[in-house]
Design a protein around this ligand. Structure first.
Ligand code: SAM
Length: 281
């Protein structure tokens, strides 16, 4: 049965009870379909007893699904009204389960009461990439995750070099591991209905290719390369590599990268090699 998850009637009642008008600014679109929730929890492969991090639990649609699967959930919600209600909703709908709610901006969270191994979230769409990168940086216990994001963003995260949507988010995400799209979600399962489509994106953390300092340098190069996406690297990186196209070319050649290539042809290891050569020069 889906009586222990939130359907359209429960979503409407809770919103009314809390006097919540969903805001665009906080990306508040709430899922009112139990089948979608169960599909996300299943796709994520949530195991009984494991600690799961959820960002933006909202009225609790996905939270209840995670609790139903037996996860210990740590949920970070920026909206105080929603955060305060959530434990009550969980007590009524999924009694006897383990939930810790933190009222905070996910972009500022650095310490959590536990070591979540999995991230499962329907992310606020305007900050989904920064939130993912922040969590991968600051929550080292996270090994994998399934998140729902705007379709366009999901395809960027999972893009391969040479693809039209391959860009800075694809490369930065790849620093932390491997990414894949894991199915579409209809906009009809949300209230209010968003004007974009959604996809599920999965990741598995990999070996970190370099140090924290090297990551910062690599990300700065990636940003520079994609600020001028159509330009060759010797041009787009000239500002950050030696101050001229000639100096940049020399460093690029030293890193084994064609100075006439464009950022979209490179993988994250290429940018890391450039960062290393630049640091040693
Ligand atoms: N998980 C719920 C669901 O599936 O119905 C709600 C998802 S809704 C797309 C995004 C949620 O993230 C909202 O509850 C919103 O208040 C919250 N949120 C927005 N920005 C946030 C931030 N920076 N940190 C934490 N939560 C945030």
């Amino acid at each position: 049965t889906i009586a222990r998850l939130l359907g359209p009637a429960e979503i409407r009642d809770l919103a009314e009870l809390l006097d919540v008008t969903p805001t665009k600014k906080l990306g508040q679109n709430f899922v009112h379909d139990g089948n979608t929730v169960r599909r996300i929890v299943q796709t994520a492969g949530v195991q009984r007893g494991e600690t799961v991090l959820e960002i933006g639990p909202g009225l609790g649609s996905l939270t209840l699904g995670l609790l139903e699967a037996g996860a210990d959930v740590i949920a970070v919600e920026i909206d105080k009204r929603l955060a305060e209600q959530l434990p009550h909703t969980a007590d009524i709908m999924q009694p006897g389960t383990s939930l810790t709610v933190i009222t905070a901006d996910a972009l500022r969270v650095t310490e959590l009461p536990g070591d979540p191994v999995r991230l499962v979230a329907n992310l606020p769409y305007n900050v989904s990439v920064p939130v993912l990168l922040h969590l991968l940086e600051h929550v080292p216990s996270l090994e994998s995750g399934i998140v729902m994001v705007q379709a366009e963003v999901g395809h960027r995260l999972a893009a391969e070099p040479g693809s039209k949507v391959y860009g800075a988010p694809s490369l930065k995400a790849a620093w932390y591991g491997s990414w894949r799209t894991a199915g579409q979600v209809s906009r009809m399962v949300f209230w209010p209905i968003p004007n974009v489509d959604s996809v599920l994106v999965g990741f598995d953390r990999g070996e970190q290719p370099g140090t924290v300092e090297e990551r910062r340098a690599t990300f700065a190069l990636i940003d520079a390369a994609f600020q001028q996406r159509r330009k060759m690297l010797r041009q787009s990186l000239s500002g950050v590599l030696g101050g001229s196209a000639a100096a940049a070319s020399e460093l690029l050649v030293g890193a084994g990268v064609d100075p006439q290539a464009r950022g979209e042809q490179l993988v994250v290891d290429d940018f890391l090699r450039i960062a290393r050569v630049a640091a040693g020069s």
